[in-house]
Design a protein around this ligand. Structure first.
Ligand code: UDP
Length: 409
């Protein structure tokens, strides 16, 4: 994969935003940082880290990325935690907390933490905080999920760990919980130069669509997501079926699974059952690193859907908006930061609402074009990876001056 340099972003973002990165980087050059999460591929966190780490290194913060290991039982537990923290009801059983604790302990024994800053992503590796010593290392817990309405038993368990960190990061203030530690807010973002988001020529897009036998002469409605119930792929099929009664279109549901998500295969089966034998429904089970394919599918789409039932942020929405696509998405979680109804996309609350908006956009291409155009400009301002770099540089500077109310930059 081509690795881009900071200077390559100068032609995409505003000059003052670009210059600011260099100025901030001066203040933390040579510091060391470690990022830890639970999967190297699949899902939004791995996506962001894979792009962020080379760039922050180039800016002079010496940064490593490590991924914890875990048994099937552990990832079963953390998936249940994930669902419960997002607000779904899950059964809590006796061994759950022990499995979590043991797996974190096992990882802890095999890892060292002597960097200036350690950032632990999401609940899975949260227990690594037990390695915090009375050293200079500053520990931050980065939460990518919506914690506004978690199942209390699970949150209370996790909070025991989280409270020991020096600080926390949430995607928006709405997702945060009351904590005895400082909270910082960083929206996720995408890399406009990655394989997944870079410009493609029409013939590159055609080639990939041909590979999947998708007809480019008819409208294409797409949802790209892991096969996860919270992404509601079955709801997308229902909405498509309702819309299709009146307006011709095809549906593409494309996704793989993440190595920390054991439910994928089961959900894929449910999706196939709902699709039946409709030749216009294309269910694509993508391998890891299908970035070019995802890019082409998003670019070839007439409409991009994100009908999630819960969503931390929804990077797939940003990806589609950056490609100038009209997005129809559920009015939940971080999606509402990105989709401003009737301005940068359309928000829906039900299968019927989604079906109605599919028909509306297919019949009003000028509205679809306008939504996509405004959506793209919003991403340029707020949701590109250079803005995350800026946020992290500021955060590291702040952590480096713990007892100062005013920091001269
Ligand atoms: N993605 C991928 N392959 C897939 C499905 C999704 O690479 O089969 C990517 C998708 O393009 C996006 C990220 O994984 O970059 C998903 O992030 P999002 O925030 O939408 O959802 P999450 O999976 O983290 O809940």
């Amino acid at each position: 994969m081509a690795q881009f340099k900071i200077k390559d972003y100068a032609k995409i973002i505003r000059p003052q935003n670009f210059d600011e990165l260099q100025l901030l980087a001066e203040r933390v050059r040579g510091k060391t940082l470690k990022m830890v999460n639970s999967t190297a591929v699949g899902g939004g966190v791995a996506e962001i880290l894979s792009r962020f780490i080379p760039l922050i290194n180039e800016l002079g913060v010496i940064t490593k990325w490590e991924v914890i290991k875990g048994s099937g039982a552990f990832f079963g537990v953390t998936k249940a935690f994930h669902n419960a923290l997002h607000g779904s009801k899950v059964d809590v059983y006796g061994q759950m907390f022990e499995i979590f604790r043991e797996n974190n302990e096992e990882n802890r024994r095999n890892m060292t933490f002597d960097e200036d800053f350690v950032v632990i992503h999401d609940p899975q590796p949260a227990g690594l905080i037990e390695s915090k010593k009375k050293s200079k290392t500053k520990w931050v817990w980065r939460c990518h999920i919506d914690l506004s309405n978690p199942q209390p038993e699970i949150w209370n368990f996790l909070k025991g760990y989280v409270s020991k960190y020096d600080g926390s990061i949430f995607s928006t203030p709405w997702f945060a919980k009351e904590l005895p530690i400082p909270q910082y807010f960083i929206f996720p973002a995408i890399d406009p130069l990655s394989e997944k988001n870079k410009d493609l020529t029409p013939s590159e897009v055609d080639k990939i669509l041909r590979k999947y036998n998708i007809d480019r002469s008819r409208p294409i409605v797409t949802q790209i997501s892991r096969f996860d119930r919270l992404k509601d792929p079955v709801g997308v099929i229902k909405a498509y079926k309702l819309a299709k009664k009146h307006t011709d279109c095809q549906l593409v549901l494309a996704g793989g699974s993440a190595s920390d998500d054991p439910e994928g295969a089961e959900v894929l089966e449910e999706v196939k059952n709902e699709a039946g034998n409709d030749p216009d429904i294309h269910i694509l089970s993508l391998p890891p690193f299908a970035d070019l394919e995802i890019n082409a599918l998003q670019r070839a789409s007439t409409i991009v859907m994100q009908k999630s039932l819960r969503e931390g942020f929804g990077l797939t929405v940003t990806e589609a908006l950056w490609k100038g696509k009209p997005v129809i998405a559920s009015a939940i979680g971080g999606i509402t930061l990105q989709v401003i109804h009737n301005f940068t996309g359309l928000l829906v609350h039900s299968v019927e609402g989604a079906a109605y908006q599919i028909r509306y956009l297919l019949n009003n291409p000028q509205v679809a074009e306008r939504l996509g155009r405004y959506g793209k400009e919003q991403v340029r301002e707020k949701f590109l990876i250079t803005r995350i770099l800026r946020n992290y540089l500021l955060l590291l500077i702040a952590l480096d001056h713990p007892n100062e109310n005013i920091i001269q930059l």
